[in-house]
Each structure stands twice: as C-alpha cells, then as structure tokens.
Write a protein that binds this ligand. Structure first.
Ligand SMILES: *Cc1c(COP(=O)(O)O)cnc(C)c1O
Length: 219
C-alpha cells in the first residue's frame, strides 16, 4: 500500500477506535502537504503543528479548511504570526506569553482560544506550568479580553512505558475537572500521543494528539 493510502487507513482505524466524545488531532510536524491532505480526506478535522514557520509554509500549501492548533512551545517573538495562523494555541505557559498574545490579538482584532500547558511531571527543563501555578495563570488570562481559556494540555513524561504517564494524566484531569466545574468555557483536556492515547482517554482526555500512529514513523 502506498503511504497516502496507509495514512487514510490509519485515520479510519483510529476514528473507529476512539470514542465519539474524543477529538483526534493529527500532529503534522515534518509531514508534507500531501500527507496532511490524505489525513483530511479520510476525516481529520483538527491538525496540530509544533513550529510556527513550518506551519505557515504548510498552510500556504494546503487548500482545505480545518482547525489548526499550535502544540509546540511558542516563543514570544513568534506570537504575532501564531495569532494570525492558528485557531488555538495549546501551549500557553507563562504570563508573559499570555500578555504578548493578548497584545497581538488586539492588533489583529482577533479572539484566540488557548489552553494552558501543564508540566504535570514537574520536570525541570520542560515547558508548561507546574500544577501549583495553574490557578494564577488562569486568573491572569481571565483578565485578558481577547484570550479565551478553553482548557488544559499536558505532554506527560516521555518515557518508554506509557503506563508511567497515567498518574500525570490523572493529575492533569483533576485540575481540568476542578476548573470545568466552575467555568463552562473550560471544555478541552488535551493529552495523549501515539503511544499513550488509550491511557489518556481512560484518564479523561477529550483531545488526543497523534502523529506516528497516523502518518507513520518520522524520518
Ligand atoms: C509530535 C507530537 C505529538 C505526536 O507524537 P507521536 O508520538 O508522533 O504521536 C503530540 N503532541 C506534541 C506536542 C508533539 O510534539
């Protein structure tokens, strides 16, 4: 089977397997416009990209309408392009970045849905806010009129055994639920990748970000 047919088959299998309340987001880093188009043709409506510049090239080279999420770390000096390019930024992890996004949204007269990235494993040198700092960032974003906080995202530790991610997914889901109970706008919990999405869904994810299991290995 050729690569594009394989992608379509993978999408169909994943869409059948994943419960209806869970959105499958295709992580498109390093993929070609043709591969992304094949995923769209097979039913993918949400795509993620890690890099602002690559996403810009990608979006100039595909001609279908989909939701594009930024799922990689965002540097403040790229916030201006990110605001124009993406339908959601999943990786807000500091007050400075949130304020910069707000400023750019004002310039472009645009509202931007965002998720807060949580460093659920409290790992050094990893993006995301520590669980104990989530609340103050939620409060700060509430005061930024153009940012719409929609939920939370976590990577979990990148270990070989996906079972080891479970407690971090549980922790993130607890945080999500505590805010979801009091704020009807907080509806997304983004966690789980190719090796861990089943566990993430078990633990409450309703948005899973899948690359390899959908597009095949990255070279
Ligand atoms: C690459 C990536 C994914 C998908 O990873 P796979 O293991 O290929 O499924 C998900 N989330 C983020 C943030 C990524 O960078």
């Amino acid at each position: 089977m050729n690569t594009l047919d394989q992608i379509k088959q993978n999408v169909e299998t994943l869409l059948k397997e994943i419960p209806e309340h869970v959105t499958l987001l295709a992580a498109a880093k390093t993929r070609s416009p043709q591969e992304v188009q094949a995923a769209f043709d097979a039913g993918i409506t949400h795509f993620g990209h890690n890099y602002v510049q690559e996403a810009q090239t990608m979006l100039n080279n595909v001609d279908f309408q989909a939701q594009w999420h930024l799922i990689g770390h965002l540097q403040r000096n790229k916030a201006n392009i990110a605001v124009q390019l993406f339908d959601m930024v999943e990786t807000v992890d500091s007050a400075r970045l949130a304020r910069e996004l707000e400023k750019r949204c004002v310039q472009h007269e645009k509202d931007l849905p965002v998720l807060i990235e949580i460093n659920s494993g409290r790992e050094e040198n990893k993006d995301g806010v520590f669980p104990e700092n989530v609340e103050s960032l939620v409060e700060l974003i509430a005061d930024l009129p153009h940012l719409q906080l929609k939920g939370f995202m976590t990577m979990g530790p990148l270990t070989g055994d996906p079972e080891l991610s479970r407690p971090y997914f549980q922790k993130t889901c607890q945080i999500y639920e505590s805010f979801n109970r009091k704020d009807a706008n907080i509806v997304w919990l983004s966690m789980g990748m190719s090796h861990s999405y089943k566990i993430a869904i078990d633990e409450g994810a309703n948005l899973v970000r899948i690359g390899t299991a959908l597009f095949g290995p990255r070279y």
